[in-house]
Ligand binder design. Structure first.
Ligand SMILES: CC(C)(COP(=O)(O)OP(=O)(O)OC[C@H]1O[C@@H](n2cnc3c(N)ncnc32)[C@H](O)[C@@H]1OP(=O)(O)O)[C@@H](O)C(=O)NCCC(=O)NCCS
Length: 169
């Protein structure tokens, strides 16, 4: 039976191999990779799905980033991603299950709004992410603005202005 486990219980090499299969080995130049440089995944929001033999089927990671404004003020954010499912296991609900696990932990905890670079046709359609509030964000590196997505907790808003940078521990 497939199982959701904390990501930190899975060997790094297995996660890297999964990411190679899902995104390709040239993924390191992506804008999102630069944003997580020098930070560690947020353990409470990062999960893996394993099969009955302990093989890795999918993973989801979250990272501390922030919107920094001129003058030194900043708003913390959580960057979600990558979400990755082994190609042979895609389209079987694993991505949604991993997303639901992270969103449930995020909603239960005292976490800032989420942001991500991802397909609105998936993350908007199923989970409510939107690019509506990110149009003024400054981000270093190429990004399709329609794929720069955010989600706030109910009753909270997404900060509108600043440059996305890693959030030091
Ligand atoms: C994107 C990904 C995480 C989705 O997980 P999954 O387990 O394959 O998909 P799920 O079973 O949770 O969801 C399936 C549904 O999402 C849709 N879907 C899956 N990936 C999609 C995408 N990139 N864009 C739009 N819709 C997508 C499917 O069409 C299906 O829709 P349906 O329910 O109407 O049939 C996974 O396919 C993956 O790792 N892909 C490789 C990485 C990638 O291309 N990422 C792009 C997004 S950043």
């Amino acid at each position: 039976m497939a199982d959701i486990v904390p990501l930190r219980s899975v060997p790094d090499a297995a996660v890297e191999s999964l990411l190679d299969h899902a995104f390709g080995t040239d993924r390191f130049g992506r804008t999102a990779y630069r944003l997580r440089k020098g930070t560690q995944p947020i353990a409470e929001l990062s999960f893996a799905m394993t099969d009955e033999d302990g093989g890795l089927l999918g993973s989801i990671q979250c990272w501390p980033v922030m919107l920094a404004r001129d003058g030194g003020a900043c708003d913390p954010l959580v960057m979600l991603g990558p979400v990755a499912v082994e190609p042979a296991a895609q389209q079987g609900g694993i991505g949604k299950t991993l997303m639901r696990a992270t969103l449930a932990a995020w909603e239960a905890g005292n976490f800032p709004p989420l942001m991500m670079i991802g397909d609105p046709e998936y993350y908007g359609r199923f989970f409510g992410f939107s690019a509506d509030d990110t149009s003024e964000w400054v981000i270093d590196g190429p990004v399709e603005r329609r794929r720069l997505l955010a989600l706030a907790q109910p009753g909270h808003s997404v900060p509108r202005f600043g440059r996305i940078v890693p959030r030091p521990a």
